[in-house]
Ligand binder design. Structure first.
Ligand code: C6P
Length: 409
């Protein structure tokens, strides 16, 4: 991987923040976009802007083809059996999870049925299931060990014949843990439950093969993998999508409409009502092309190298603690940490104003997990393909300064 060459594709990395060169370490929130993706958006709006699946005119047909092709690229990227039909475009992973809750769970689960989730989840994989409690559905959560790994004994104990959905994050956005999701999927299937995977932090960072993992659903966000905001996807096995009820009704998701009833369109359009974010969908296809060229194995290796380097540097930073497993191979490319006696918001804002380093501070939309770690907040640095060891050095220098400002040794 030629990082210098990759960096040339990201004009924003030349930006100055408070007079310092930007060090962007907030990639788990959203990544920067390369020229190729920005170019695809520009090309769509300057050459092909038209609504899709509606017109017989040239530009509408071009836009439809480009949007349809992006679905195929994304489906192939995660090795879906039916790349086109099994790829539903949504705005983000959150919308994908809500689609499973409303479209699948609401119509296929009965009062007393159970959903088994974990305490390690992002709010997007907690809150949608809470909506189902009104229907008498019970939601349970598997605990973690203190080192941030999933407690598999607790998972075994909480699984029963009543469990109809098992769901978990593939790679945590706080502790970084990569969960043994293939085993969890098998366990779910042995109990006759379906397995819903949150791939928001794994699909952008490592090779993910939905057939190998055997997940029934997987949610992920395009904007965390170089595409624009407004792009995301729900992968679902074709038979699941066929069992599902549409979530939004309106144009394009129908085959026939009568005043009292309607018939649904074919997959994946049954779940894409109204005019979608066409440009972002096309951009996601281009982002996938870009990542394939880099190679997802290389993306993963780069994350692991940066993690190893970061752990080394933190070992010399007195009073610091990194949450989650300390083996770089067991976690994804981010570190959430605290400096003893210093509030994470102070850490984040000093890094920004004094060093141009962008990190995230807070509970990272995983409040139950942060509380389980005994914290109210952490500071998080999250990496991507353009980050370098030099940038980690700048962050470490900044953290030394933060400690000095607060009179810590
Ligand atoms: N986490 C973070 O800074 P959306 O916001 O819908 O694109 O993604 C939701 C989501 C779901 N699952 C996981 C594991 C995630 O990390 C996220 C997004 C960002 O950690 C923004 S809160």
């Amino acid at each position: 991987m030629n990082i210098e060459k990759i960096r040339e594709d990201f004009p924003i990395l030349e930006r100055k923040i408070h007079g310092k060169k930007l060090v962007y370490l907030d990639n788990a929130a959203t990544t920067q976009k390369p020229m190729q993706v920005l170019g695809a958006i520009n090309d769509y709006y300057t050459q092909h802007n038209a609504n899709i699946h509606r017109g017989v005119h040239t530009m509408s047909e071009e836009a439809s083809d480009m949007y349809d092709e992006a679905h195929k690229k994304v489906g192939k990227f995660i090795n879906a059996r039916h790349p086109f039909e099994e790829t539903v475009f949504v705005r983000n992973a959150t919308e994908a999870m809500n689609l499973v809750a409303y479209g699948y769970a609401m119509h296929n689960l009965r009062p007393g049925d159970e959903i088994l989730s974990t305490v390690m989840e992002h709010h997007a994989n907690i809150v949608p299931w809470q909506f189902l409690k009104e229907n008498g559905i019970v939601v349970k959560h598997v605990d973690i060990h203190d080192n941030g790994t999933l407690n598999m004994d607790d998972l075994h104990e909480k699984m029963s014949e009543k469990t109809k959905i098992v769901t978990c994050v593939h790679a945590s956005n706080v502790v970084g843990t990569i969960n043994p999701v293939r085993d969890i999927a098998k366990m779910a299937h042995d109990y006759g439950a379906v397995f819903v995977l949150d791939g928001a932090q794994s699909v952008p960072h490592m090779p993910v093969d939905v057939r190998r993992l055997d997940c029934d659903f997987m949610a992920f966000s395009g904007h965390k993998m170089l595409s624009s905001t407004g792009s995301g996807s729900l992968y679902a096995k074709k038979e699941m999508l066929e069992k599902m009820h549409p979530f939004l009704g309106g144009g394009d998701m129908i085959r026939e409409v009568h005043l009292q009833e309607s018939k649904w369109n074919s997959l994946p359009w049954k779940f894409e009502a109204g005019t979608p974010d066409i440009a972002s969908g096309i951009a996601l296809g281009t982002a996938v092309d870009y990542l394939k060229k880099v190679g997802m194995g290389n993306v993963r290796k780069h994350d692991v190298n940066l993690l190893r380097y970061t752990f080394d540097k933190f070992s010399e930073l007195d009073g610091s603690v990194i949450y989650g497993p300390h083996d770089p191979e067991a976690r994804s490319g981010l570190v959430a940490f605290n400096l003893s006696g210093i509030h994470p918001h102070d850490t984040g804002s000093i890094l920004d104003t004094e060093y141009g380093v962008a990190v995230r501070s807070g509970h990272h939309c995983a409040q139950p997990l942060t509380e389980r770690l005994g914290q109210i907040a952490t500071t998080r640095a999250s990496f991507y393909i353009y980050n370098t060891e030099e940038e980690i050095d700048i962050m470490i220098e900044g953290l030394e300064k933060v400690k000095k400002i607060f009179g810590k040794k």
